[in-house]
Each structure stands twice: as structure tokens, then as C-alpha cells.
Design a protein around this ligand. Structure first.
Ligand code: 4AD
Ligand code: MG
Length: 454
């Protein structure tokens, strides 16, 4: 007999006959003469109910089956007389596949705090909330690939091991095969300093200047020692890069992508998103529909500073031209002032990396950040400096060793073209879609300072 996934059982239009379902027991209830098992197999939020008439063998098997056990149930799929589900299984056989000790199993019926569940990240995907989260995560990733594919972008793979620091912020994890105490870097695997990438951008640029429109979607690593609800040391980033494009094109793409992915997830994961709207953030649906129904605000950095200076809020960090916006400022703009996503652009060049294109005012660069309610920065991007002389001057100014970037500069020597791109933090997008406020709860196994389990 063929195993049927519970999502297909519950969504069936007509009975499927004799079926086998396999999954984990959420609850077991015993009555006189029969028992109920609620079984979940992770294919969807809902459980299937199995009704099991007692026979001496079945009672013996049921005795071993507690909450958390893995089971296989075969039987007839029938219309459910109970409320809330269309179908149930009238079991003929019940088999325990994997035992779970009733005393020791940490996921009993009551609701657990996020903090507690974080301490058992290996089991939390078996809860409704985290099952829903990781199904949404999967759908969102697919939606991103579809979005770019529909627009003719090529999916490129940029390296994780790297010899260059894209953001120049010195937040890289070193990679080495040297034993502690080894004398020279010459002996190391690559014969030079190696690190985990903080961004695939530089390599994505090389590919865009050959294939046109590309994107990369992979893990990135940052050793910033900030224990905030919005930072992890390992996160996933989506980085599109477009040849023959400017900052305007970049902002348009960022807005279209944000909306496109949210729309697709709402369509594909209605039940799972609903759970978050009910239990996590009562305003989730209105936040998401506001994002979908309005244009993002476009706000030059200078005007953003003026607004922040005049708003009368008591910020922890004061704002002046030339300071980077802090999360409190970013949230004020998107959450309170405009109540929707805001794209701040033309940042001072003094606070931005070397690759951003200098504007004619010589004071700002063609950079943009997309700020969203509750989170702050969701996306950071820019038009890239395509003029060789300007780029070299800028690298000198920032004390970067141009020889290390000879390949990057080569693309400006041979057929340079205006181009632009951005990076979206995938976890931040998931926080936006689910209303979850701690980034540790949108990635299965979070890496943060002093925390490296599994
Ligand atoms: O603004 P960032 O640093 O931009 C770049 O890395 C560019 N090279 C991207 C590009 O233009 N191709 O990072 C981009 C996004 C941020 O807006 C944020 O959403 C996310 O990556 N991000 C993090 N997410 C989780 N944890 C961290 N430590 C993050 N650092 C950045
Ligand atoms: Mg940024």
C-alpha cells in the first residue's frame, strides 16, 4: 500500500481508498473500545486523525505509542464526522516506527516559549509554529528563483571561500588549515589569507558584465559581534546584479521583488501564514497588504536626516549628515512616519564601501537601502562605480590595495558598463512575512556569538 502525504489526504476531493500515512504523533486519546491519534508528517500544518478500534494486538502496540513517536497507520480513508476536517483514517493496522519516551520528550502539548524552543532547535521544527516557518522559508526561496527566472535573470553561484573583503568592514571569518603556531601564511592551503564571504557581489558583478542580468542566492558570513534580534553570523542573501542599469532600475527591482515574493508566499502558504497572523502578530495581514498596495516611498538621505532631526523623537543616537542611520531611525521612518517601506538613497560617500558610484555632488554615492516596518534595513544596494579612474582614486582614498582587486578593475578596463545591484537578507524578509521579531527564529540552526550547536 502506498504512503500518502497528509497534505494530499486532507486536500483530496474524493476518498483515496486504502492508504498508509506516516508521521509523528501529536496527541493520543483513548476511549472505551477505540483510540484517536492525531498525526502530523510536516507536509502541512494540519494533522490527520486516525480512529483505531481496539483489538488485543492494537492495544499492545498503542501502549508503546506516546506523543512524539513516529508511527505508520494503514486503513480506509473516510469522511470525518468531526468538525474541522473533511477526512480521517479508519485504521486497520498501527505500527510504532520510532519510540518517544513520554517523560523525556520535551514537546508536550502546552505552548512553549521561543527561548525554550531555541534551546532545542533540533526538535522545534516538529511544532506547528516552526513547521509553518520552515515551509514558508522553502516557498519563499522558490518564489525568489521564480521571480528572477520570469525576468530573464541567470542564477549564478559565487564562491563562499574568498580572498577579498567586499564590504571592507573587517567582519570576515578566517579560513585556514594551519595549526596554531604555524609560522607563515605561505604554508596555508591557499598560500594567502582566506575567509568566508560576506557578500557575493563582486563576483556577481563580473558575471553580470558578461551575462547581463544575474542573481546569486547563497550563504554569507559576518563576524560582527552584535547580539541583536536582526543579526546572525551566517545568513542567506539574494544578490541581483544588472548590466546597463542605474540606481532607478535598482530601486524598481528591489520594490518589485519584495512585493512579488510576499504575494507568492501569501498565495502558496495561506494556512502557514495564517498561524503567524493569529498567534504572533495581529497586524501582520494589514502590514503585508499595505506593502503590496502602495508604492514604496523614495527619500534622499538628506531629506531623511532633516525629517529625523525635526521629528522630536528622543533617539539614542543623534543624526547629522554623515552618520549612518541606526535601526531606531530606520524604523521611525518606515514604521511611524510613512507607515510603509521607504527607500533611502544617495547616502554620504564617507560611510559607504568603495564600489558605490560617486554622484556629481562629490559628496554622496548612488546607494539605496530599503527600510521596512519593524525591522529597519531589508535591502542594501547601489549603482556601481564603472569609471576606472574614479574607482581607482576611491580605492586609494580608502587605502585598499588595488593589486588585490586587479580582476575587478579589469572589468572597468575592458568594456565597462553602468551596472547596479543589491543584497536582500533572506532572514529579514522572512521576519517581515511572518511577524517574527527575532532572527534566530526564522533560520533552522542560527549562528550567533558564542552559539554554535549542531
Ligand atoms: O547592506 P549589506 O551589507 O550589503 C552588501 O553586502 C552588498 N554587497 C549587497 C549588494 O549590493 N550585492 O547587506 C545586505 C543585506 C542587508 O540589507 C540585510 O538585510 C542583510 O543583508 N544582512 C544581514 N542579515 C542578517 N544578519 C546579518 N549579520 C546581516 N548583515 C546584513
Ligand atoms: Mg547595508
Amino acid at each position: 500500500m502506498k504512503r500518502v502525504k497528509i497534505v494530499d489526504v486532507l486536500a483530496a476531493d474524493a476518498v483515496l481508498g486504502e492508504i498508509v500515512v506516516k508521521g509523528w504523533v501529536r496527541t493520543k486519546r483513548d476511549s472505551k473500545g477505540f483510540s484517536f491519534l492525531e498525526i502530523n508528517d510536516g507536509s502541512c500544518l494540519n494533522n490527520v486523525q486516525a480512529v483505531i478500534d481496539h483489538t488485543p494486538e492494537i492495544v499492545a502496540e498503542l501502549e508503546k505509542i506516546n506523543t512524539g513517536a513516529a508511527v505508520a497507520v494503514s486503513g480506509e480513508m473516510v469522511e470525518s464526522p468531526g468538525k474541522g476536517q473533511k477526512w480521517e483514517v479508519r485504521a486497520k493496522t498501527v505500527r510504532m516506527v520510532g519510540f518517544a519516551d513520554a517523560e523525556a520528550f520535551p514537546l508536550q502539548k502546552k505552548r512553549h516559549s521561543d527561548e525554550f524552543l531555541r534551546s532545542i532547535a533540533h526538535l522545534r521544527p516538529r511544532t506547528n509554529k516552526f513547521g509553518a516557518m520552515f515551509r514558508i522559508r522553502s516557498e519563499a526561496a522558490q518564489a525568489i528563483h521564480e521571480f528572477y527566472r520570469e525576468r530573464g535573470f541567470r542564477y549564478v553561484h559565487t564562491p563562499i571561500l574568498t580572498g577579498s573583503d567586499c564590504e571592507g568592514a573587517g567582519e570576515m571569518f578566517r579560513v585556514t588549515t594551519l595549526e596554531p603556531g604555524a609560522k607563515s601564511i605561505e604554508e596555508d592551503f591557499f598560500g594567502k589569507q582566506a575567509a568566508l564571504t560576506v557578500s557575493g557581489q563582486l563576483e556577481a558583478e563580473l558575471m553580470a558584465l558578461a551575462l547581463g542580468d544575474v542573481y546569486t542566492f547563497g550563504p554569507t558570513f559576518r563576524a560582527e559581534n552584535s547580539n541583536t534580534p536582526r543579526h546572525v553570523a551566517e545568513f542567506w542573501m539574494i544578490e541581483p546584479e544588472m548590466a546597463f542599469a542605474d540606481l532607478e532600475d535598482d530601486m524598481e527591482l528591489a520594490e518589485a521583488m519584495t512585493k512579488g515574493v510576499i504575494r507568492k508566499v501569501l498565495e502558496k502558504c495561506a494556512d502557514d501564514v495564517d498561524l503567524f497572523a493569529k498567534w504572533v502578530d495581529k497586524e501582520l495581514m494589514s502590514t503585508l497588504t499595505t506593502i503590496l498596495d502602495h508604492d514604496f516611498v523614495r527619500l534622499p538621505y538628506k531629506e531623511a536626516v532633516a525629517i529625523l532631526q525635526k521629528c522630536g523623537k528622543d533617539f539614542e543616537y543623534p543624526v547629522t549628515f554623515g552618520t549612518d542611520l541606526q535601526t531606531e531611525h530606520e524604523r521611525y521612518l518606515s514604521e511611524e512616519k510613512f507607515k510603509r517601506p521607504v527607500i533611502v538613497y544617495n547616502y554620504p560617500r564617507s560611510i559607504k564601501p568603495f564600489y558605490m558610484r560617486c554622484n556629481d555632488d562629490n559628496e554622496t554615492v548612488a546607494a539605496m537601502d530599503v527600510l521596512v516596518p519593524r525591522i529597519g534595513e531589508l535591502i542594501g544596494g547601489s549603482q556601481r562605480e564603472e569609471r576606472l579612474d574614479v574607482l581607482e582614486a576611491r580605492m586609494d582614498e580608502m587605502d585598499l590595495n588595488k593589486e588585490d582587486y586587479w580582476w575587478y578593475l579589469d572589468t572597468r578596463r575592458f568594456g565597462s558598463a553602468p551596472h547596479a545591484g543589491f543584497g536582500m537578507g533572506f532572514e529579514r524578509l522572512l521576519m517581515l512575512i511572518t511577524g517574527i521579531t527575532n532572527i534566530r527564529d526564522v533560520i533552522p540552526f542560527p549562528r550567533t556569538p558564542r552559539h554554535l550547536e549542531f
